[in-house]
Design a protein around this ligand. Structure first.
Ligand code: SF4
Length: 363
């Protein structure tokens, strides 16, 4: 029972005007405080991201000498990382695999042949602003340009969000979906859809649920990996009791990202009937070892999350230093298969623009 609730119950019919006035003031104060307490922890964390590379390095006891180069690489796609994610990094280790995913490096400034701003030709697949139609029966909604973390390997790091997220926002996309009975699955993407408030998500899910031919909802998000508290009761309520079964695809790349807090919350969602999958990107210097990926699969399974895809890097400008050759990727995957039961081995895939499905390099 909250203090506010207790106060209301303690009200007496014969209290004096002064007592009533005092109680009113106390109630106002408590209401204001309570609204602070009630702001979900994940939203407070999202409002308090680290955006200054010098602060990040100081938190990790790392020298700042290399920063000038790194900073110029980050002007278009600045640092953005939650404190809870930084807490998972190893102090004093400039090669920490979690740090590598968020801290810009001078290599990003070097143009590399074959790497472009739109590696998947998404501009070609834009049906209406905010809606991409690449594969049969499925459509992808770009619901926001915001992310709780900026990942240096992100294939949408140059995505023109401003042209997709106009004032009309989702209206056009919803109209397009309603007029296309051949689409039966909607994928919420971004940006990161779980950076939206529950209220905004609820509006969108209600609108989607009212389109009768939609049978599946999939949400792709990295937010829970960096802020596990995002998987809170309000979200669970939003995702359950729908006419469809929701699939939540997490984007975890390293076993250390599957923290005890994330495991606990994933188990809770799993027990509520939400299907949980994980997809990773194979990243040089982060997870390009079979033992790292095996540990990631083990931890995901402990959390009730099935490893789903291991993606080859999309050739986005600024991320070439993360690339692993197909030959090396297949070797890592073969070693993973030799170590794990088949159901814990994600499929090694690559997305090729214009292809009707992802290309499986090793299953
Ligand atoms: S959270 Fe996803 S969309 Fe956002 S920067 Fe990272 S990879 Fe890109």
């Amino acid at each position: 029972m909250t203090m506010l609730h207790s106060l209301r119950l303690a009200g007496r019919k014969n209290e004096t005007p002064a007592e009533t006035q005092m109680k009113h003031q106390q109630t106002l104060m408590i209401t204001q405080e309570a609204s602070g307490w009630e702001l979900p922890s994940w939203q407070r964390q999202q409002a308090d991201l680290i955006t200054d590379p010098a602060e990040l390095l100081a938190m990790l006891d790392l020298p700042v000498e290399s920063l000038p180069d790194a900073l110029s690489a980050a002007t278009d796609f600045p640092l953005r990382v939650p404190r809870s994610y930084v807490a998972l990094m190893e102090r004093g280790n400039p090669h920490d695999p979690l740090l590598r995913q968020v801290l810009s490096v001078a290599d990003e400034m070097v143009a590399q042949p074959g790497f472009s701003a739109d590696p998947l030709d998404e501009a070609e697949h834009t049906a209406v602003p905010g809606l991409l139609h690449k594969y049969h029966g499925r459509a992808l909604l770009v619901v926001t340009g915001a992310c709780a973390v900026h990942c240096r390997y992100c294939f949408r790091r140059h995505f023109p969000y401003q042209t997709h997220l106009s004032g009309k926002r989702w209206k056009q996309a919803l109209e397009w979906l309603a007029a296309r009975p051949d689409i039966n699955e909607v994928i919420l993407s971004g940006g990161d859809p779980l950076t939206l408030s529950n209220q905004r998500l609820e509006q969108l899910l209600d609108a989607l649920e009212s389109i009768p031919h939609l049978r599946r909802l999939r949400i792709h998000s990295r937010t829970p990996v960096v802020i596990p508290e995002r998987l809170e009761v309000g979200l669970k309520a939003l995702l359950t009791w729908r006419r469809w079964q929701t699939v939540l695809v997490l984007h975890g790349n390293h076993p250390r990202e599957i923290s005890p807090a994330l495991v606990e919350r994933c188990r809770d969602l799993r027990s509520a009937g939400i299907t949980l999958l994980n997809q990773s990107v194979l990243l040089a210097g982060v997870n390009d070892r079979a033992d790292t990926l095996a540990e990631l699969s083990d931890r995901l399974f402990d959390a009730g999350v099935m490893p789903y895809y291991l993606h080859q890097l999309d050739a986005v400008q600024g991320a070439a230093h993360f690339a692993v050759s197909d030959e090396a990727a297949r070797e890592i995957h073969a070693a993973l298969r030799a170590r794990l039961p088949g159901f814990l081995v994600p499929r090694l895939t690559r997305e090729e623009p214009g292809e009707p499905a992802k290309t499986v390099l090793a299953g």
